[in-house]
Design a protein around this ligand. Structure first.
Ligand code: ATP
Length: 337
């Protein structure tokens, strides 16, 4: 029987331009599902062969049948999961690249931590209560808002003072690790059982990354000045080569553990969010079980993908290639869970 003509679809946001470019490079047509008013980039960059406009991202399930009729394969990205919520994503009937069952494990900070710890990775300490803070702590609010309002506290007294404007919000208290935050982009193929490092980035966050532009003398004059972690963009980085063996093992460990937690486990793109200390310890503070926006500087491929592929291989294109290989070898079901 002839294969239907599959199309690649996603929500127009986050890393959609990269996903669509990669899909085109591998010969797929694309469908952008855009919130009304956000269609322009997908037209301007010839990214979408078709645009479906919706009033709110929450309306995505309502247009599912249209996507099913067009043999669409939906690619999840950060905004996709954040805007819809993992419970809604789990209910989707349309073809979906990846394992939906793993989303719960990355969306809940406690489950996520369990996953990382059981993978043998080093994670920052968690303080149960403000009175336990015995070193510099970062106070993170639940429900990611890109680090808005996060603050540092050195002890209980400092915490009580700084939490005042956020009294009603839920938070976690995590040990603040001083080092270089490094975001590592992986791809695990469930067709070949191989892991790849696709690239790495450093985030540029406002205002924490600009505090060093004024001297401590001037900072002291601004008593209300607290660092915040609102992401502005991503900067490519190549890590010291001697770190690579450990980073590869770390990626393999989370995949192996995920196979126990939510069979068939994590596959496709994912990211470990880490901090590398001067003692060369690698702390993991978060995992993203899908394509991350830090891959966007590598639409033409990264130094790592240049080593492995003879064509410019972005993470978006790698997803399309995996789908193409699955179709070719009659294993499409294996990558749509
Ligand atoms: P997102 O979901 O977009 O990744 P988020 O709101 O869940 O963001 P985190 O990624 O947990 O927030 O943290 C935001 C930023 O805070 C990080 O990019 C990093 O710069 C800093 N950060 C987080 N945890 C720590 C830590 N334990 N030690 C030092 N810095 C940290």
């Amino acid at each position: 029987m002839a294969q239907p003509k599959y199309r690649i679809a996603t929500i127009g946001s986050h890393s959609a331009l990269q996903v669509f470019k990669g899909a085109h490079d591998e010969g797929f047509e694309t469908i952008a599902v855009c919130k009304k008013g956000s269609e322009r980039p997908y037209k301007m960059f010839n990214a979408a062969d078709e645009i479906i406009s919706i009033n709110s991202y929450k309306d995505f399930p309502k247009i599912q049948n249209q996507l099913i009729k067009k043999n669409a394969i939906v690619i999840p990205h950060g905004s996709f999961v954040t805007y819809m919520g993992y419970e809604e994503v789990e209910k989707l009937k349309v073809n979906y690249f990846g394992n939906k069952k793993i989303l719960k494990w990355e969306s809940d900070r406690n489950l996520e931590r369990q996953w990382l710890v059981n993978s043998g990775l080093k994670v920052p300490l968690l303080f149960k209560s403000p009175k336990d803070i015995d070193r510099l702590a970062i106070v993170k609010f639940m429900g990611a808002e890109g680090g808005r309002g996060y603050f540092l506290a050195k002890d209980e007294k400092d915490f009580n003072k700084k939490i005042k404007p956020y009294k009603l919000r839920k938070y976690v208290l995590q040990e603040y690790i001083i080092g270089v935050p490094l975001f590592i982009h992986y791809f695990y193929s469930s067709l070949t059982n191989e892991i790849e490092i696709m690239g790495m980035d450093i985030r540029y966050e406002s205002n924490v990354d600009s505090l060093g532009r004024i001297t401590a003398r001037d900072q002291i004059l601004l008593p209300k000045l607290d660092p915040s972690y609102v992401i502005v963009g991503n900067i490519p980085v190549v890590v010291r080569e001697s770190f690579l063996p450990r980073l590869i093992e770390m990626g393999e460990a989370v995949v192996k553990q995920s196979q126990k937690l939510a069979p068939p486990g994590l596959f496709g793109p994912f990211c470990l969010e880490t901090i590398l200390t001067p003692e060369e310890e690698i702390y993991v503070f978060e995992i993203s079980a899908r394509i991350v926006a830090g891959t966007n500087p590598y639409i033409e491929g990264s130094p790592y993908t240049a080593l492995k592929y003879n064509v410019p291989m972005s993470t978006g294109r790698r997803i399309a290639l995996e789908i193409k290989n699955a179709i070719k070898t009659n294993q499409l079901k294996k990558v749509l869970c």
